[in-house]
Design a protein. Structure first.
Lengths: 659, 662
């Protein structure tokens, strides 16, 4: 399964890296005086290089793509663009007619006549990836470099492609064309819009055209949506389903008919399912009890999707049988994640529930757009069950997911609930703050300048799932090291951290509770007769969050989440609290923060809460978010002031409360 | 620079010695007897983090009279933890090496054995990031069922045609090795000279005519730890110089022999062409001094020749011709040295190849001659007698050549006259026609590298701190920052660098000005000038204002704040000296009630001094941080931990200000 995914990624990378261009026999376009004398691009200040011209001509009727690129080198770092690497899949592709040249800053031209190397990237059973590589000579700041090539695909090899208009370099001008393969109908769309001033793709003479200019360089930012969602692009989708509809609503209804039949065929084992259900549930069980029992049964079956990757030899010996229907899943005791979800729906139906499969698109790689009408984007399934007039969504095909909860990437999305009348689009709600929570409780004593004590971290819901999935194939030593690193990561300074318990790694409905022995040396800093302690101990996650003043893209969190800290620090005898910071509360848009410090009987109690309430924040709200995080950091750095107890007032301090 | 018979790990149990020479007769997937016997063997001592232990290792090397070398290696591990990397057999090879046979087995905890062969392996090409083109490849074979408790092992036969005959045996690994054996078979009349690294010398057992065997046992793992010396500096190793019979093979008995061989590779590479000559004239025409001319040529080799490595065949050792390097305007380290040497010659300056390792401590002072030690090439420039009074940090006095200046044209940002930290103090091969030798490169004073930061700031009574900071970066520090700046492709990304720096220091801030000076002029310190306003810098606590005098920048490290016992020394890439000098005008009416105590921490390897004082209405904070040694030995790590804690405490220390009228 993982191998297949890797292969798809390879193909995708190769697709993105390549496209088509001008005929190899054509002459080079003339260099303009403006291009020669250019020393910078005002629309891309500081750029190391920019793309002056890009042309991609793809012909799916002849299985080829031609690529041409002209770049201007503006700084020393930009000279690296002279190293050209064209990867390709040698089993299915060939790269030919590579031509390149350097245009010196004075306008003189140096055609590339050096050697083009064919470098092995990786070779294994039935696959071989190579790269054509070469380095253009005499490339200096001010040079223009350009190259072009053709890539040919195996006959009968047709796949969806896209024009990704955004690049890591600023693009001054680009042209794209595509000749569709005539066998399948082709749809195209630009779900994120087009660069300003760019006309929509135009079909003319059997070829789709697009011309664009001044496309900003793409940069990465903290907590951003999937990159592809932020890049200007045109998606092309061949209709490989036997569905002729071109209106989205009708298209998905037609697709549903195909998928619904397949699903029903796979689940059509009523007798076998009834027998299983009869052994799982009792007549007096409530609807939820029944569904939970079925859920627990399915989830404990062997889940092939989440097993460790096996070698070819191990797989042979494993003798996994083909799964033809849900009865096979039950009989063999295994299936992949999708098979298990089908089984759950079939068993739920056998228990008398209205239940269906919903096909969904996870939001970790891209955001699904029904209007694009790309059935390949619906990659996962969940079970939908109607209970008391409500729909509940279940994911028995993934380990550690409690009943009623979905992984973050399967929540807050739309899905197609299959049905005999064309299916219905359902909205799966996003998870809530209550469903992803981290509580940290620390009980410390102040010993000299160090905090010493125990910390208990409780991960609930999605946070527990994340940790359990991360460590599901590791041993106790690795898990201990991982969890210790997790705590060290959030402590704002170096600390000795030792995990002391054996957390319930295989739990599903239970939180993951981790206990530590912790020592934080130097936490109280000495200033003359006083000692000062910062209140934000577990505050490292916020230290550098959204520190940049400006931002280009929206902010994206995986899920709503709450983190609460409860810290007590017992002071040594002979010390008293002079002052503690005020209670703070901050909130903006989708985030909240609060802190409160109390001193009772020389035990300082610090409460700190941090909440993200939603997953998406448009860019226009970023300044407020930036300021919010600045305030959070400032609050976390507030100091508790301690001083020695004077003999005369030692007793007076007992029982005092300072806010 | 990699030419070797084989570098491998070998181990064998004496009890099994008789099995080693037995022909391998295996039925179906059944693991061979030498592996089966290991099931009953005790596991060597290891810590809980060891993913495997080496149970059996044996390397046979046979040098044939025609110069061909055959190596047969058998290695077995007991797997202790999931996902052990030791369940993957990785065999590097190039165009002069042929994998004759490769097979591996697994004895799982339950079930039948597995066997995999070369046909099951993946072949991985060298990374484009390392060399645009190279013929180095790696064959990787995943051993099945390598779960904890399984025994996995492999046999590899390799045939190679080395450029010359030498051998090395590295028997340390990142896991414990129970026992390892190395057997050497030489042609009649040949002999050897042995050099042991990090292990007591021991004589071999002669087991047949011209066949010798060495065995070691209970070899401790070289664990990976942050900021540790290179593995090759810590690993236990046997190096063998092979001495041919009279009239056979190439004699590499001395550094001179090795140098002569290298000169043979390079003697036609530094030929001046009209194009190069014209370029030299153009570059030096406006320079009035010889030093100026040398600097101009050095800058050309550093900056105008892009680093591009194309290493095919002998090209891994032999530079391209100067004419080609010049025409392409690119090359690797030895190419850049070659072109610069050619250009220097035209202005009457002689220079010499210096073959070196770009990591500290890899090459010992008493190393036997071998190219295996090295991975980099620079130049030694012989300064003419007319320049006898010049002074450079990278200058060295040579008994024959007089003043020689070491220079690395591959590093784009270390100016002429200096060396990057990673080369300083290293042993290197100075190649000369009349006497190649192993030399030691100079170590520059710590003050040649570092950061001098000064700030003039104002604190208001609302706790806002604002003002201007200047940082002057020199030596290795400036190289690191210039490299980072070079990688940023947009102006907005540069702004992020300064914001990141300020976010380390302040919770809430805005950058009000930012300028970088001398970025392109590497002969000058790199300068950052920036101004900022940081709200809530001073915290109110009752009637007090709490202010951290160490405004920004950090020298502390948490590297030793761990419950795991550190085993390896800590190594620094460069010596350095950093200084801070901050002046803060305090808000009217406030006086210091408490100030952090000064810190004076002096150790042989490093020092730290800081002081905060208030004079009138001004808080003044100064500090110096100096790394004085490249390496802190393992027995001094407690001192290093104390040192860093003292810095940490100082960096977090606050001053308490109160209003005068309180």
């Amino acid at each position: 399964m993982r191998n297949a995914t890797m292969m798809m990624r390879w193909l995708f990378v190769l697709l993105c890296l390549n496209a088509a261009g001008v005929s190899h026999a054509s002459s080079w376009a003339p260099i303009s005086p403006d291009e020669l004398k250019m020393t910078s691009e005002p629309k891309a200040p500081g750029a190391s290089a920019i793309i002056l011209e890009l042309q991609v001509d793809r012909d799916d009727s002849e299985n080829k793509v031609a690529f041409y690129e002209r770049m201007k080198v503006l700084t020393d770092a930009g000279r690296d663009r002279a190293n050209v690497v064209i990867p390709y899949d040698k089993e299915n592709e060939s790269v030919r007619f590579i031509e390149a040249r350097t245009i010196r800053p004075d306008g003189s031209i140096l055609d590339f006549e050096g050697k083009i190397f064919d470098k092995l990237i990786v070779k294994g059973k039935g696959e071989r990836y190579q790269a054509k590589t070469f380095s253009l000579p005499e490339v200096q700041v001010g040079s223009i470099i350009e190259y072009r090539y053709h890539k040919y695909f195996s006959p009968y090899w047709l796949f969806n492609s896209r024009w990704v208009l955004s690049d890591e370099l600023f693009i001054k001008h680009a042209k794209y064309t595509l000749v569709p393969n005539g066998y399948y109908a082709l749809r195209w769309s630009w779900p994120r819009g087009l660069p300003p001033g760019t006309a929509e793709p135009l079909e003319k003479g059997g070829r789709i055209h697009l011309e664009t200019h001044d496309v900003p360089a793409f940069v990465s930012e903290q907590n951003m949506p999937p990159e592809i969602e932020l890049k200007y692009r045109v998606d092309f989708v061949y209709n490989t389903l036997d569905v002729k509809e071109t209106v989205p609503l009708k298209f998905w209804q037609a697709a549903d008919k195909v998928w619904y039949k397949n699903a029903e065929d796979f689940m059509d084992k009523k007798k076998a399912m009834a027998k299983v259900v009869s052994q799982l549930i009792q007549p007096g069980d409530s609807p939820e009890q029944k569904l939970r029992k079925i859920y627990a049964h399915v989830q404990q079956l062997r889940n092939l999707t989440y097993e460790k990757e096996k070698t070819e030899q191990e797989e042979k010996r494993d003798k996994i049988k083909d799964i033809d229907d849900v009865a096979d899943v039950e009989k063999y005791g295994y299936g992949d994640a999708s098979d298990l979800t089908y089984l759950y729906v079939a068993l739920a139906r056998a228990a008398g529930f209205q239940s269906d499969i919903a096909w969904i698109s996870t939001r970790d790689q891209y955001f699904f757009e029904p209007d694009v009408m790309n059935p390949m984007q619906l990659t996962s399934n969940v079970a939908v069950v109607d209970v008391d007039g409500k729909q509940i969504y279940l994911e028995p095909g993934r380990p550690f997911i409690p009943f009623g909860l979905l992984p973050w990437y399967e929540s807050g999305i739309s899905g197609l609930r299959l049905g005999k009348d064309g299916g219905t689009w359902v909205k799966i709600p996003p998870t809530t703050v209550e469903q992803a929570r981290i509580n940290r409780k620390a009980v410390f004593k102040l010993v000299d300048d160090a905090l010493e004590g125990v910390v208990t971290v409780t991960y609930t819901g999605l946070d527990a799932i994340d940790q359990r999935l991360e460590e599901m194939h590791d041993d106790d030593t690795a898990r201990k090291e991982y969890m210790e690193d997790e705590l060290k990561r959030v402590i704002v300074t170096g600390a000795d951290v030792t995990m002391t318990n054996q957390p319930e790694w295989n739990g599903v409905e239970t939180p993951l509770v981790v206990e530590y022995k912790v020592r934080v040396p130097g936490w109280a800093s000495a200033v003359g007769k006083r000692r000062l302690m910062q209140i934000g101990l577990f505050a490292a996650d916020e230290k550098h969050a959204f520190e940049q003043e400006n931002r280009l893209y929206p902010v994206y969190f995986h899920c709503a989440e709450a983190v609460n800290d409860d810290i007590s620090i017992e002071l040594p005898s002979g010390w008293q609290v002079n002052s503690v910071p005020k209670t703070h509360g901050e909130n903006v848009a989708i985030t909240e923060y609060g802190s409160r410090v109390e001193n009772t009987n020389n035990i300082i109690h610090i409460e700190r809460s941090f909440t993200v309430n939603a997953i998406y924040l448009p860019q226009k709200y970023y300044p407020a978010l930036h300021e919010f995080y600045q305030n959070v950091r400032a609050n976390d750095e507030e100091q508790i002031v301690l001083s020695p107890v004077a003999l005369s007032d030692a007793s007076a301090n007992k029982g005092s409360k300072t806010h | 620079m990699r030419v070797t018979i084989n570098a491998g790990y070998a181990a064998v149990c004496a009890v099994l010695a008789s099995l080693i020479s037995s022909p391998a007769l295996h039925a179906a997937d059944h693991a061979p007897d030498w592996m089966q016997a290991l099931k009953a063997m005790p596991v060597p001592a290891h810590d809980e983090k060891a993913d495997a232990v080496n149970m059996y290792s044996d390397l046979h090397v046979t040098l044939k009279a025609d110069g061909t070398v055959l190596s047969q290696e058998r290695v077995a591990y007991k797997i202790l933890r999931p996902d052990s990397p030791h369940a993957i057999v990785s065999v590097p090879f190039d165009d002069r090496q042929k994998i004759v046979d490769m097979r591996a087995w697994s004895i799982p905890v339950q079930g039948k054995d597995y066997m995999v062969k070369e046909k099951d392996a993946m072949t991985i090409g060298s990374s484009v990031d390392f060399a645009l083109v190279a013929d180095d490849k790696t064959k990787r074979l995943q051993i099945p069922a390598a779960d904890p408790g399984a025994i996995v092992g492999y046999e590899v036969q390799l045939e190679e045609r080395p450029y010359f005959q030498e051998a090395e045996w590295t028997f340390s690994e990142d896991v414990p090795v129970r026992e390892a054996t190395y057997t050497l078979q030489l042609p009649a009349g040949w002999s050897f000279k042995a050099f042991w690294r990090n292990h007591a010398a021991q004589d071999p057992v002669k087991i047949a005519d011209n066949q010798w065997q060495w065995s070691v046992s209970d070899i401790k793992a070289v664990k990976h730890e942050d900021d540790m010396p290179p593995f090759n500096a810590l690993a236990q190793q046997l190096q063998l110089q092979l001495i041919p019979a009279q009239g056979e093979g190439r004699v590499l008995a001395s550094w001179r022999d090795l140098g002569n061989w290298y000169l043979g590779l390079t003697n036609d590479r530094r030929v001046l062409t009209p194009g190069i000559s014209q370029e030299v004239t153009g570059l030096t025409g406006t320079q009035t001094t010889l030093l100026g001319k040398m600097q101009a040529l050095a800058r050309f080799a550093q900056g105008d020749i892009r680093y591009v490595a194309i290493s095919l065949g002998i090209g891994g050792l032999q530079p391209h011709a100067a004419a080609d390097i010049f025409a392409n305007r690119y090359g690797d380290c030895k190419d850049k040295a070659t072109l610069l040497s050619t250009m220097l010659k035209q202005i009457g300056v002689d220079s010499y190849y210096v073959i070196i390792n770009a990591e500290h401590d890899v090459v010992p002072a008493d190393a036997l001659p071998s190219t295996n030690w090295f991975n980099h090439a620079i130049l030694a420039i012989q300064l003419p007698a007319s320049m006898k009074d010049v002074s450079f940090p990278a200058l060295s006095k040579h008994p024959v050549l007089g003043n020689i200046l070491y220079f690395d044209p591959t590093n784009e940002f270390i100016p002429f006259g200096q060396l990057p930290g990673y080369l300083q103090g290293n042993h290197a091969m100075l190649v000369r026609a009349d006497g190649t030798e192993l030399v030691t490169l100079p170590v520059q004073n710590a003050s040649t590298s570092g950061r001098a930061r000064s700030a003039t700031l104002v604190l208001n009574d609302r706790g806002q701190l604002s003002g201007q900071v200047t940082e002057r970066l020199t030596g290795y520090t400036s190289f690191m920052v210039r490299s980072t700046l070079q990688k940023t492709t947009l102006a907005t990304e540069r702004q992020k660098i300064i914001e990141r720096k300020l976010a380390d220091a302040f919770s809430a801030f805005s950058v009000t000005g930012f300028k970088i000076n001398n970025e392109a002029d590497i002969t000058q310190p790199l300068e950052y000038e920036y101004s900022f306003a940081a709200d809530k810098y001073a915290k109110s606590a009752g009637d007090m204002l709490i202010v951290r005098p160490r405004i920004l920048g950090s020298e502390a490290s948490a590297i030793l704040e761990t419950t795991d016992k550190r085993e390896n020394p800590v190594e620094y890439v460069s010596l350095q000296k950093d200084t801070d000098d901050f002046t803060v005008s305090l808000p009217a009416g406030y006086v210091a009630d408490d100030l952090p105590a000064p810190v004076d921490a002096d150790y042989p390897f490093a020092s730290y001094h800081s002081k905060a004082e208030v004079k009138g209405n001004t808080l003044h904070y100064t500090r110096t941080f100096e790394i004085k040694q490249f390496m802190v030995p393992a027995d001094k790590l407690d001192d290093l931990k104390k040192f860093y804690r003292a810095i940490y405490n100082d960096e977090r220390a606050n001053a308490v200000l109160v209003r005068k009228d309180h």
